[in-house]
Design a protein around this ligand. Structure first.
Ligand code: COA
Length: 153
């Protein structure tokens, strides 16, 4: 494979973005209503919203093969904002070719450029495949995530 291009989404990407986002949801055995998927895409395009989405483009077919969604927020521990990497997905037939690594490194570069270099994300304890990549590009914080119980609000 030649050079993978990573770029932010444009309006005409919706169909392909949706295809990848839905495959990602299938991976998590989840589905979301259309209005949420549309809202996420719209927000990621809206320059007034601190949320972005970027695609990995196959060098030959020029088709999107990977997706990353991320958002920016303040912190009480820093005057600079942080980036939360919300979703990462690489199409099954395109894995183990550094597409995932390139998508994460793209977010790092975006964070540096926007003055929010502290990038973080979480994954399932059981997602070993993702962690094989994360131990190489990231630092394991040792944190455990708790949530308000679903159904309690
Ligand atoms: C996790 C995911 C994004 C990784 O994407 P990818 O494009 O395959 O990842 P990369 O090729 O960039 O990196 C994989 C790394 O793991 C390493 N790796 C993978 N399998 C390995 C194995 N069996 N043994 C050792 N290392 C392994 C590779 O060597 C590579 O490291 P390198 O860049 O130093 O060579 C992809 O598998 C995916 O979309 N999974 C389903 C959705 C998902 O889990 N998303 C993350 C949710 S938090």
């Amino acid at each position: 494979m030649g050079e993978i291009e990573i770029r932010d989404i444009v309006e005409s990407d919706y169909e392909e973005w949706l295809r990848l986002f839905e495959l990602y949801l299938v991976f998590y055995e989840k589905s979301l209503p259309t209005e949420i998927k549309e809202a996420t895409f719209k927000r990621a395009l809206d320059p007034s919203v601190d949320m972005w989405s970027s695609l990995a483009i196959h060098p030959e077919t020029k088709k999107p093969i990977g997706l990353v969604n991320y958002l920016r927020h303040m912190s009480t521990w820093s005057v600079t904002d942080q980036l939360y990497l919300n979703d990462l997905y690489v199409e099954e037939g395109q894995r183990l070719k550094h597409v995932g690594r390139n998508l994460i490194e793209y977010v790092y570069a975006k964070g540096d450029a926007m003055g929010a270099p502290n990038v973080y994300w979480c994954t399932d304890m059981t997602n070993h495949r993702a962690q094989l990549l994360y131990t190489k590009v990231g630092w394991y914080s040792g944190k455990v995530i708790y949530k308000r119980p679903p159904g309690s609000y």
